[in-house]
Design a protein around this ligand. Structure first.
Ligand SMILES: Nc1ncnc2c1ncn2[C@@H]1O[C@H](COP(=O)(O)OP(=O)(O)OP(=O)(O)O)[C@@H](O)[C@H]1O
Ligand SMILES: [Mg+2]
Length: 377
């Protein structure tokens, strides 16, 4: 029997706790060819949600394209990725997809290339000048709309980790996209990302091309009630007997973060696989074992931080993230002067170790927070 709890990768099907409200709304808006931004802290379930939404749209007869911008490490790679996805959506046989690209994007030279998994896929011959790549990209942006009109079948394109577009320096990319996308009435766009400060600036700053291009969705945690039932059922259907309140406790220590809750359940399930019985007291044992497993990873982050930033994290791990800039908090934790504290907080947010909701600061990964408490103090 396999462990029913999945953590780390994309979850779909039975492994995905439904998020029914979000799915319904976002699917509807994308079917209406709207443009949406989706922002959330790391590991809250953006990618899984996107993939589930695209599956639905595909089933209801829409062409869908998923582009992970972490894979676009250069403009040439972005062009390659974009054209590959469009061509392979229409034509899943490689040879045919290659002729299709030749036909619909004159000037682009497609070829067979080997992808990261060692499989043959569609590649594009390297283009030397930035200007020429941008020119080709501008043509590619318009393709989904043209194809949708021609085939009478809408497109939905999801960009994951959209903030990575900023690595290509220069507004010309953003501008090119904006001026193409705004005319597309048969293509829905979803721009998702976790770097709130970067994405936020793209949509809320009136000087930026993406200003007010569409609605912004701040993805929240999975509604606790839904997630509780989901996790409890996974134990039950695999024949586990769990002490009453176990799942509540798990959600409490993991603060209802889906990744952490699934990780902890996974650990407990493995730990008690023979007995198939879990008591409340075993949560702590499982937590300890996770923190030990994760130590090499957390220690590397920790060792890379200057002392002041470590002190700030220790303070927040122990005293919480409210009123961090107040005199009392600063003197109690010895993390002054305030200007240094401001710099440290800013840098920790930039590194995505800290996050801010309203005026409260919090450590993004609850396991890291626990690790700081247990192993550095
Ligand atoms: N709807 C869900 N149901 C069950 N588990 C989920 C759900 N969403 C997320 N998870 C859990 O969280 C993990 C991370 O999900 P996912 O990769 O989709 O998040 P993400 O926000 O895209 O993360 P990242 O910021 O690292 O890209 C999953 O492996 C799974 O354990
Ligand atoms: Mg993701």
């Amino acid at each position: 029997m396999r462990n029913p709890f999945k953590y780390g990768g994309i979850v779909t099907g039975d492994d995905f706790a439904n998020r029914t409200g979000e799915i319904r709304e976002i699917t509807r808006d994308l079917s209406d060819s709207e443009k949406l931004f989706m922002i959330s802290p790391r590991r809250l379930g953006k990618t899984s949600l996107i993939v589930n939404i695209l599956e639905r749209l595909e089933e209801s007869g829409t062409h869908t394209i998923y582009i992970d911008l972490y894979k676009a490490t250069s403009l040439n790679r972005l062009l390659e990725l974009y054209s590959r996805k469009i061509a392979l959506t229409l034509e899943n046989r490689l040879e045919k997809a290659i002729s299709l690209v030749r036909e619909i994007i004159p000037g682009l030279r497609p070829k067979i290339t080997i992808d990261g998994k060692g499989e043959a896929t569609l590649g594009i011959e390297y283009i030397n000048t930035r200007r020429d790549v941008i020119r080709m990209l501008n043509q590619v942006y318009d393709l989904p709309q043209k194809l949708a009109e021609k085939k009478n079948k809408n497109f939905v394109i999801a960009f994951d980790e959209f903030q990575e577009i900023l690595n290509f320096n220069g507004e010309s990319i953003e501008k090119g996209m904006r001026s193409a996308f705004q005319h597309h009435d048969r293509v829905g766009y979803l721009f998702a990302g976790s770097k709130k400060h970067l994405i936020g600036d793209m949509v809320y700053n009136s000087n930026r091309p993406f200003y007010k291009i569409g609605r912004v969705i701040n993805l929240e945690k999975i509604p606790e009630e839904e997630f509780r039932v989901f996790l409890g059922d996974k134990f039950r259907v695999t024949g586990f007997e769990i002490e009453s309140g176990l799942v509540d406790n798990i959600l409490e220590v993991t603060e209802n973060y889906p990744y952490n809750a699934q990780f902890l359940c996974h650990e407990l399930w493995d730990m008690k696989f023979e007995e198939k019985k879990i008591a409340l007291s075993e949560i702590e044992i499982a937590m300890d074992s996770i923190l030990n497993e994760e130590t090499p990873f957390f220690a590397r982050i920790w060792e890379g931080l200057p002392l002041h930033q470590r002190n700030v994290l220790q303070a927040i791990a122990v005293c919480g993230g409210e009123k961090v800039f107040s005199k009392e908090y600063i003197s109690e934790n010895g993390i002054g002067p305030v200007s240094t504290l401001q710099t440290s907080v800013k840098l920790l947010i930039k590194k995505e170790i800290l996050d801010r909701k309203e005026d409260v600061l919090f450590i993004n990964d609850v396991f890291f927070k626990e690790w700081i408490r247990k192993k550095t103090l």
